[in-house]
Ligand binder design. Structure first.
Ligand code: ATP
Length: 210
């Protein structure tokens, strides 16, 4: 059996413009654990998630998934769902999801599997609708379907429940729980409570200009 995975972040610092947003951040997650990232507006939650996803350079430090795999860069183990949904208006709901499955290099999905993932968020009935016609909450749900359609061990979720109604927020929590139960990991920045057991919390306090 494969060793369980573990994520280690060591001595992370991030600079945005002139400001050192955070420094000296270290934390670790074991397989099946989630971390709740909190802090006031501007504290650096998005910056930390984007840094971990490889979209921002680290001033110091690094993030590793252990046991290390020389062939796969850390970013390819990660799902990053940020503020932008990455939904293309002219493609249908199903075509959007297929685009992302291909982009992530995940195994191709049958039409039935694709619909089953869309169905988790109630989008299967509108699979052929142009995504530009979706409501804000439906676009968010389509973005979140990527988590299901392309399996990756580390989920970085920035305010994932934005625009979701109460029932959809419960579905999101259930999906994250299933991911953790299967040995995945999640780091979630959220101002709204999610009914999830977080093994760790990291509070990023606003820092002065440095
Ligand atoms: N492109 C940029 N250039 C310079 N500074 C930036 C840039 N993007 C963000 N910042 C600054 O970095 C700091 C951290 O921003 P970040 O978006 O990470 O905070 P956050 O904790 O996610 O906030 P919120 O809760 O409002 O989403 C803020 O002071 C912000 O102004």
């Amino acid at each position: 059996m494969d060793d369980p995975q573990r994520l280690e972040a060591q001595d992370l610092a991030c600079r945005r413009g002139l400001r050192l947003v955070f420094e000296g951040l270290s934390f670790a997650l074991s397989a099946g654990e989630a971390l709740l990232l909190t802090g006031p507006n501007g504290a650096g939650k998005t910056s930390l998630l984007r840094l971990m996803a490889g979209f921002l350079p680290a001033e110091t430090g690094d993030v590793r998934l252990l046991p290390e795999d020389d062939e796969t860069p850390f970013g390819e183990h990660v799902h990053y769902i940020g503020h932008a949904n990455g939904v293309k208006a002219s493609l249908s709901v199903a075509e959007n999801l297929r685009f992302w499955v291909e982009y992530y290099g995940a195994p191709d999905l049958s039409d039935d599997d694709l619909k089953a993932h869309l169905a988790r968020f109630g989008l299967a009935e509108i699979a052929s609708l142009p995504a530009g016609m979706l409501s804000a909450g439906q676009k968010r749900k389509l973005a979140l379907c990527r988590l299901l359609a392309a399996p990756r061990p580390v989920w970085l979720l920035d305010e994932p429940s934005v625009s979701l109604d109460a029932a959809s927020t419960k579905i999101l929590a259930a999906i994250i729980k299933e991911h953790l139960k299967a040995g995945g990991m999640a780091i979630v920045a959220s101002h709204t409570p999610l009914s999830l057991r977080f093994a760790h919390r990291l509070d990023l306090r606003a820092r002065e200009m440095a």
